[in-house]
Design a protein around this ligand. Structure first.
Ligand code: HSE
Length: 440
């Protein structure tokens, strides 16, 4: 990328400080040098990375030193340096990232961050500090890595009414579920494979139990519905209870199992926001999103259905989103103007999970005797849950019943399951999983 060589030799200089120098930060540093002329031509400023804060100063970083960047373990010295104009935060975690970003904003520096956990917990405070100080906070890399989805929701769809956002926003879990579907592997062995390949962390809790996806769901829901949504508002279930059996049954029924982040408007205008595994019909566009890829499917009143697909993690893809944000905030420095502020005017409230309409697949092991199906059906009726399909397999005295329901409030569906567990003719409730993306 040298076509802009020399074109911006006289462009004003903007100094950039970076908090964190891990997989993503290393790629940002490299690309900032390699693409410097183009970035200058596009942003109207020479962008120079002048300082980086790292956790471990002893770790050799020949690349960074070679480029004349000062490396420190003192992040505060970067955010308080009056010479530095823009801060990139790629350290992750809540503290000290929160305090450093707030200080940077207070000091009049625009901030580009990839920190979804921080935004989902303390977004309001960060937006407010940016607005109070007349600077930008940009965060395209916080949700789904390289995939442009923040800017489409904040800007491109600002004239539309978003109804629903469904995302596969965690690559680790999508990789695990894809392996389970492709090879019949158990959750445990697919997780080990994901760890061996470097997708899953040694402690995989944040990914596997849906915390990472829940933070992203909160960010997407806030933007889609112009209301404040935090990670605590998100109903969350992970994938550690998804068995090879569930994946096999899904396949037999022409579905796949995916960990979905769903943000939608309820019929009465509240926000339902949740992360849980669900069966998705194979013909749904998200069903073909495999391995560590991410995608976000948006349903809007006028635009209709949109899908954003790509790499949701990894150093270079995430760096792409960060550099895009860097160019945007640098343009504002050169030409004036600011990016969008927090938009919460709609002030929609959050619908509890129990009041959200969902559909369930319930697999039961029952005695195979006359009247059993009728007793089971009666339980569904007692909770006003309508059955869509029933499949029965089995031999001897036992049968397996697979019931798929129509949409009902989640509390009624879970009460149905509790009731079924107590029914004499039901030997066991083997599987309970939600179903999304089809007809209700
Ligand atoms: N750990 C995340 C994933 C990437 O597996 O998708 C960063 O959010």
């Amino acid at each position: 990328m040298n076509s802009a060589k020399g074109a911006q030799a006289n462009a004003p200089l903007l100094k950039v400080g970076m908090l964190g120098a891990g997989v993503v930060g290393g790629q940002v540093a490299r690309l900032l040098v390699e693409q410097n002329n183009d970035l200058a031509a596009r942003s109207g400023s020479q962008l120079a990375l002048v300082a980086i804060s790292v956790k471990d100063l002893k770790k050799p970083r020949p690349d960074l030193i070679h480029r004349g960047v000062s490396v420190t373990s003192d992040g505060a010295s970067i955010v308080n340096d009056p010479q530095i104009d823009i801060i990139i935060e790629v350290m992750g975690g809540i503290e000290p990232a929160r305090s450093l970003i707030l200080q940077a904003l207070k000091n009049g520096k625009s901030v580009v961050t990839a920190n979804k956990a921080l935004l989902a917990q303390h977004g309001a405070e960060l937006y407010e500090a940016a607005a109070d100080n007349g600077v930008d906070i940009y965060f395209e890399a916080a949700v789904a890595g390289a995939i442009p989805i923040i800017r489409p929701l904040r800007e491109s769809l600002a004239g539309d009414q978003v109804k629903r956002v469904i995302g596969i926003v965690n690559g680790t879990t999508n990789y695990i579920l894809s392996k389970m579907a492709a090879s019949g592997a158990s959750f445990e062995s697919a997780l080990k494979e994901a760890q061996a390949l470097g997708y899953a962390e040694a402690d995989p809790t944040a990914d596997v139990e849906g915390f990472d996806a829940a933070a992203k769901a909160a960010i997407l829901a806030s933007l889609a519905f112009h209301s404040r949504v935090t990670a605590a508002d998100v109903y969350r279930e992970g994938i550690s209870d998804v068995t090879a059996d569930i994946v096999r049954i899904a396949n037999e029924m022409n579905h796949v199992v995916k960990l979905l982040a769903i943000a939608q408007l309820t019929n009465d205008g509240r926000i339902s926001v949740r992360v849980h595994p669900a069966l998705l019909p194979k013909e749904h566009p998200l069903a073909s999103v495999r391995d560590a890829f991410n995608a976000v499917f948006v349903e809007a009143k006028s635009a209709g259905e949109l899908m954003f697909y790509g790499r949701g993690a990894g150093g270079e893809p995430t760096a792409s989103a960060i550099l895009g944000d860097l160019v945007a905030v640098a343009r504002h420095r050169a030409l004036g103007g600011l990016g969008p502020k927090e938009s919460t005017y709609a002030e929609r409230s959050i619908a509890p999970m129990g009041e959200t309409l969902t559909r369930y697949l319930i697999r039961l092991n029952v005695n195979d005797r006359p009247g059993v199906l009728a007793s089971v059906a009666q339980v569904f009726a007692a909770h006003s849950v309508s059955i869509q399909t029933v499949r029965q397999d089995g031999s001897d005295e036992q049968a397996e019943l697979i019931v798929v329901t129509h949409a009902a409030v989640d509390a009624a569906l879970s009460a149905t399951v509790d009731h079924l567990r107590k029914l004499d003719v039901v030997r066991s409730v083997e599987t309970v999983i939600r179903v999304e993306g089809g007809a209700n």
